[in-house]
Design a protein around this ligand. Structure first.
Ligand SMILES: [Ca+2]
Ligand SMILES: [Zn+2]
Length: 436
């Protein structure tokens, strides 16, 4: 296994038939489905003429349905359910049946998927039959009519699951009338392990020339790391190369200084914050959201940054880095009965660190006593940040550290405020409003 310079991961897996070669790739950076050793999705492969149906399992209603597998289209973003097919959340997956309607000599079968997280990788078995008789269920696949062509698993324990994944069968596949994909979840710790399959190409021997979807731009990456090499960062500027200079000159020093500071500020016993963080500029972030974090991956809304480079941009990234360190996604793994942390706490802590520790001089969350009288402590973001700052100055210096530790373990509850300050949340909120 080797990681290529273009950040495409290729590996050859062993195959069940010596004549069939299986190639898988994961592509995290860049745009579009641009793999090194696997062709781009085609729009006129034999799969577009076949009959597709579900034999077992339930299609997720939030997806694009089974047509998404053979419409010759792929999503342009990492979270576009309508452009993908996937089985329903929390299920064990299911069987996708492809009736080729005649015996077809197959040259290549390629599956494409795309998601920013656990729904990216592909885990499936592929079966084929020369007969025309469709299977009724998984048990039928064990009969002599069916053979298993491949077992695919594009997960890699050393890498995040997100990105574009492809698996490709080539070589002498054989002549078949039907195919069945037994699609399985990539993980069962959450309900969201059902892969977002974007397209499946089925190519016959001596078929027409293929029309391919345009491949994406080659990735443009900026890397930097802390001096002790403990924390490393990758900024993917493929979709926003205009920010390259700003990232090198302005953003990277802030990230290098503040990420370790945030880690120190928000410790938990035995907890290690992500050591590899990826920041990616995207042009199609919905609803004008400036940025968001998932795991150790921060997505940044490229058009939003345009007018903010000298204003809110760096603070916005600091806020997202707090979410990476908070890592409240961990709670279900650390706690069998995790409680959801209210978002005013999550966002209030992130904005507290941003506005009161990183850039206090900008006074972005400072309010007059008259303004605070009209505010609610749990109004989230800057207002809750102001409340947390006030508690830390007047009652408990370590409040952010203490509350974060419980939130990370899924143990947040309102009583914590009393435990750590001696005053209930209501008492604190009243006193804050009165600025006592
Ligand atoms: Ca498609
Ligand atoms: Zn936030």
């Amino acid at each position: 296994m080797k990681i290529k310079a273009t950040f495409t991961l290729s590996l050859l897996t062993s195959t069940l038939f010596a004549e069939i070669k299986t190639t898988t790739e994961q592509q995290v950076f860049g745009s579009g489905f641009a793999f090194e050793n696997i062709p781009a999705p085609a729009t006129n492969d034999f799969g577009t003429k076949a009959k597709w149906q579900i034999i077992s399992g339930k299609t997720d209603q939030n997806g694009g349905g089974i047509a998404a597998l053979h419409d010759g289209k792929v999503p342009s973003g990492d979270d576009e359910p309508r452009k993908n097919f996937f089985f329903t959340a929390g299920s064990d997956g299911g069987l996708v049946h492809v009736d080729l309607k005649k015996a077809v000599d197959l040259k290549r079968i390629t599956t494409y998927s795309r998601h920013f997280q656990n729904r990216g990788p592909q885990v499936y078995d592929l079966y084929a039959s020369r007969s025309a008789k469709p299977p009724r269920n998984a048990a039928d696949l064990k009969t002599k009519d069916w053979i298993k062509l491949a077992s695919i698993d594009t997960r890699n324990a050393n890498r995040s699951m997100g990105g574009r994944h492809a698996a490709c069968l080539t070589g002498k596949i054989g002549r078949f009338h039907q195919l069945v994909f037994n699609l399985k979840p990539t993980e069962k710790k959450t309900p969201f392990g059902l892969t977002f399959f974007s397209e499946i190409d089925i190519v016959e021997v001596n078929g027409p020339a293929l029309n391919y979807l345009p491949v994406g731009n080659p990735p443009k990456i900026i890397r930097f790391a802390t001096k002790d090499k403990k924390y490393s960062f990758i900024v993917d500027t493929t979709e926003a190369p205009q920010y390259e200079k700003w990232i090198k000159d302005d953003l990277s020093p802030v990230v290098l200084e503040w990420y370790p500071k945030i880690v120190d500020l928000l410790p938990s016993k035995g907890y290690e914050a992500p050591t590899k963080v990826t920041l990616q500029f995207k042009n199609n972030v919905p609803d004008g959201i400036p940025a968001y974090a998932t795991g150790s991956f921060v997505t940044m809304n490229a058009p939003w940054f345009k007018n903010e480079l000298k204003k809110e941009a760096k603070g916005c990234v600091v806020h997202e880095l707090v979410h990476v360190v908070q890592n409240y996604w961990l709670a279900p793994r650390l706690n069998p009965n995790p409680r959801q942390t209210p978002s005013w706490v999550t966002e209030g802590l992130a904005d507290y660190i941003r506005w009161f520790l990183y850039e206090p001089e900008s006074k972005g969350a400072h309010y007059s006593p008259a303004q605070i009288r009209q505010m609610k402590h749990d109004a989230s973001y800057r207002i809750s940040a102001n409340f947390i700052d006030w508690v830390s100055r007047n009652h408990q210096k370590e409040i952010a550290t203490l509350i974060n530790n419980d939130a990370r373990h899924g143990r947040y509850e309102e009583n914590l405020w009393e435990k750590h300050t001696g005053s209930s949340i209501d008492e604190l909120a009243r006193a804050w409003k009165a600025q006592q």
